[in-house]
Design a protein around this ligand. Sequence first.
Ligand SMILES: *Cc1c(COP(=O)(O)O)cnc(C)c1O
Length: 532
Amino acid sequence: MGNVDYSKYSKLSPFELKDKLIELAQSRTDRMMLNAGRGNPNFLATVPRRAFFQLGLFSATESEFSFSYMPEGLGGFPRSEGLQSRFDHFILENRDKPGVVFLGKAISYVRDQLGLDPDAFLLEMVEGVLGCNYPVPDRMLRVSETIIKEYVLREMGVQGMAKESLDLFAVEGGTAAMAYIFNSLKENKIIEKGDRIAIGTPIFTPYLEIPKLNDYQLEEVLIQADANLGWQYPESELRKLEDPSIKAFFLVNPSNPPSVKMSDEGLEILADIVKKRPDLIILTDDVYGTFADNFKSLFAICPDNTILVYSFSKYFGATGWRLGVIALSNNNILDHKIAALSKKDKKELEERYSSLTTEPANIKFIDRLVADSRNVALNHTAGLSTPQQVQMVLFALFNMMDSRQNYKEAVKSVVRDRDATLYRQLGVDVPQDPNAVDYYTLINLENTSRILYGDEFADWVIKNKNPTELLFRVADETGVVLLPGSGFGVSHPSARASLANLNEYQYAAIGNSLRKFAEETYREYQQVTKKK
Ligand SMILES: *Cc1c(COP(=O)(O)O)cnc(C)c1O
């Protein structure tokens, strides 16, 4: 301890840095590593999973009974005749098993509350869970799409938009969505090498890197949220988007890591900007929207300009399931941009998609996304696996059927209580903000030093302490892994802690460690300043 040289770590990439921090934190056997660097939640929705497994058991039996001659282990396609009554019977027989009643009620909910055909729904679920057919339609199963549309419209705060006015593409999580979208924007010549795109920062690290990749070579314009404004984007930053050379605005809302949703004022400014810039593409990753109070997506404000990405990973504790959707309005500007391409470009694209239809010029952007996701030629096997779509539907129904929003309130208070505990132990008031989501927290080094030991100390810390080195010392000496805010494009020295993946007492321990660390640094400061 003491004389370790941590400065050599400053040049590591964010992911190398994370690995190095973990290595240091794990280096001692006499204590536990507390890795608050991970966004993976340590909670998960169980009822919709139970429902999935029960549905699977029912469906396997249906398959086995569909063959009159049935050797062990061989079944046929489920039959629609009498399916509903056999299902009702199954629910009744097994109603004491957790998840079964929910499954039964899901059918009634889809019929009575959503007004959908219960027979079509049940057959889609039974065939889907068995995974005995390619996903058809490839973009998303029919009834499933309608249900997820309802979920997306509600959770993203979209009012007055008919389900018919949007299309969904079910994908393998939010990250697949981003990869597909960037690729199709490029393939369809909507975004080209050298174009300028704006990125709302701080942001999830990989998103800072995609645009710079060799494939894209985009010029990044940062739209920087301000810590002093509760991490909202100042109007002057947002107004940069009025510059017509900026093709797209790419953001995570609620943000990661500040974890605040865009304020109503911010949304209004954007609505105004889009009036002046009807050609501006907005790409919003709203994976944390379901943790916010009264969330409103930019998709609700500027639906025709916005590509919405939503993932089930965080809210349902389902990162391993790989579940996400891309939503687009039927009247989106991407289709208009494709229609307005030069003759030469259009011809090239018609060739690209000519294997799909006789009128490739009319393929919508969302269907191009589907085709591009399998390099066009393999389009006939595109789409998210059907069991994944079934689990997605059960997650969404679980949330929608919960009229008291018990699950939502529970997951929100899990992360918020952890936040309160961490700051309490650190000895700092918990930041209060109606836009806060608290899935992550950014611990500001300067402010914290100021609150704990005053201005002079804070100034000394900022001048004399390298924030990255501090995180390495914290990891080495206490076993606590926090990531540097700088990796996410935060300009103030800060540490990001995920509030999702440890237990409350561990957040208390993190608060304590940081507090102890501050005390030691303060002693060092006293010694150094005394000598002078
Ligand atoms: C965790 C996270 C996701 C989720 O990605 P998946 O691929 O759906 O697991 C998406 N966007 C952001 C900003 C995230 O932090």
